[in-house]
Design a protein around this ligand. Structure first.
Ligand SMILES: C[S@@+](CC[C@H](N)C(=O)[O-])C[C@H]1O[C@@H](n2cnc3c(N)ncnc32)[C@H](O)[C@@H]1O
Length: 257
């Protein structure tokens, strides 16, 4: 069963890693970071084509404006000293998901699954994936993010949607995803290529174990670690053109999709 939270109480619940009263850390951007992301943006424009690339950027910007987010700019990952086993070499830097693609994939999941399952965004960054999860109809959402700065921004970013959807319960955990234990009950796992390597392997092992008790659906965008799921008994259920996104499911899921 998924955990319920009272609509009128603070629907931001935090476990061992409370973010409620933290200040937003200073976000000075060094010239090195600006140069690096400018080069990445150019590479993306070359890959996607100018029209498609620009239309994606406009869609992201207008999504953020409509829903009160500030999630546009990429950010380097910084982890907490409390996470000594965090593997920086596995971590992907923050970049917000394409909300159109994410919403299109999530909206294909059955309505009853969206209202009953807990949505877990592993590596939630500034919260755009969680915002898409709320718009897709999930009521219980968890964001797991190793970087305190980003988790704090996610909390701030989701305030508008939280006011518009008081029925929704969102829990942001600041921790290494490799240590995160998902709650009991059906899960929809959301991954926008947050990490690879041993970190991904540990997360998939835990999800495979969870799947022996409850159904687990995985929405995986930019699925670099797809084979880790297949190796642990997940099946690919749907794929989007160019393998930009996949839906995988555990053995316990049958007729739900
Ligand atoms: C590509 S961003 C995804 C952002 C967000 N899910 C979205 O859809 O907009 C990857 C995120 O994963 C986080 N991350 C990387 N390794 C992590 C780990 N081991 N545990 C938790 N978060 C991690 C990064 O800090 C970054 O915010």
């Amino acid at each position: 069963m998924t955990r319920k939270c009272h609509p009128n109480e603070a629907s931001w619940t935090h476990g061992e890693n409370r973010v409620a009263h933290m200040e937003i850390a200073s976000s000075k951007v060094s010239p090195w970071v600006i140069r690096k992301y400018a080069l990445l943006a150019l590479a993306a424009l070359r890959r996607e084509g100018v029209c498609n690339g620009v239309s994606q950027l406009v869609a992201q910007w207008s999504f953020d404006r409509r829903h009160g987010l500030s999630a546009f700019f990429p950010r380097e990952v910084r982890h907490e000293a409390s996470e000594p086993e965090f593997r920086m070499s596995d971590a992907m830097q923050y970049q917000g998901v394409d909300p159109r693609l994410a919403l299109e994939i999530l909206n294909r999941l059955p309505t009853e699954l969206r209202s009953e399952a807990t949505f877990v965004d592993y590596g939630c960054g500034k919260g755009r994936g969680l915002a898409v999860g709320i718009l897709a109809g999930f009521r219980q959402l968890i964001g797991v993010e190793v970087s305190r700065d980003l988790a704090t921004l996610a909390e701030r970013n989701l305030q508008t949607l939280r006011l518009r959807h008081p029925e929704v319960c969102i829990d942001i955990q600041i921790m290494d995803a490799a240590r995160f234990k998902p709650p009991e009950g059906p899960l929809v796992v959301f991954l926008y290529n947050p990490f690879v390597g041993l970190t991904l392997e540990r997360v998939v092992q835990r999800l495979a174990h969870h799947a022996t008790r409850s159904p687990v659906h995985v929405v995986y965008i930019n699925p670099r670690g797809r084979s880790a799921f297949l190796d642990h008994g997940f099946r690919q259920r749907a794929a989007w053109p160019g393998s930009q996104g996949l839906v995988l499911e555990s053995g316990l899921v049958s007729e739900l999709l």
